[in-house]
Design a protein around this ligand. Sequence first.
Ligand code: PAZ
Length: 383
Amino acid sequence: CVFPGNVAHPLSIPGQTALARGSQIEGPPLPEGAAKSSIDSMSFSAEAYFASQPPPPTLQHDVEQVREFVARQAKEGRNVVLVTSGGTTVPLELNVVRFLDNFSAGTRGATSAEYFLKAGYAVIFMHRQFSLQPFSRHYSHSTNPFLDFLEIDPPSPSSPDADPRISVTPNKRHDLLNVLTEYKRVHALGTLHTLTFVTVDDYLWLLRALSQELAVVGRRAMFYLAAAVSDFFLPRQKMSEHKIQSGKGNLSIEMDQVPKILKPLVDNWTKGGYVISFKLETDDNLLLPKARQALERYGHQVVIGNDLHRRKFEVVFVSKKYLPGPPPNPEPAADGSDEFSEYWLRINVAHTNQTPGFPLKEIEEDIVAELVKRHAEWIARTP
Ligand code: PAZ
């Protein structure tokens, strides 16, 4: 988590039981066992979480739209990928002025979504409101503002009073034409559906609901969970109703652990979907152990590990070597020492820093190509 600039106090976040200074609000009581789970005695179980935290008001509407989208894609025989992208927030107050945020610009998700669309997938793009989106990401207001390459044409001498015309600077036309052509193609096909989240609550409710909707396409569904999701949150029952007041010295906040929802997603919510989660670390020594641990715990197909500073040119795919299904399947070592496979994917770092919005090479192109191949193999071999 990182703190937004307007947090007035240093916050200490040792782990549990939020008690932001200020009035604690009355709300539905936490269910019995809310602070227990089989994974970590300090965290909510998924059931306790959903029983005690209210859904976002737009959930029903969002789900109906996704249901329609998925039904159409299923009829047209497409694979469907749910891409999650951007960081979740954790509000500190009910009338929210301050919040904790998770690091992510949404580049990974938005870029990958474009390559999935190119590969013929239908894409549900579930992203943090105002983070990068497919296609428009090339013209981010901070790195490649579109106003900079528009020109006002001089009035024509033959009709000086005509409405002024605007055109694109010649050296930007080629890139824009490519983006616009693909954007129009995708819109005409109707293969991209976008929806937004802001808080970690929005994210969890949406992910559960959408994974249940995607069960309709079974093994043809892919989950590409690239969003940066907070590990800690403040249950509503423990939040301050109003803005936390300054002037009383330091502020200490204890937060509860967010439930580990990959496990129920894999086991119960979606039937047969191919699930990829991302693991971001800043300590190299943790990347592989944490990725393996996630696979062990949740039983999904792939963890893509990335280091914060090298994520644009290096990632590692971690998966179990022995898949369910028919041979060929090599004999596992008796001591389990060869249980995991690691596949490092790297691109030339120099290629990631070219024209703003248009690097020579994007690592997401190779990530998506590898996953599309693995997904097809997995569909073919899963009974
Ligand atoms: O959005 P972005 O391109 O700036 O960053 C992508 C990322 C590092 C958030 C993503 O690749 C990732 O690792 N997501 C999972 C983060 C986590 O471990 O919770």
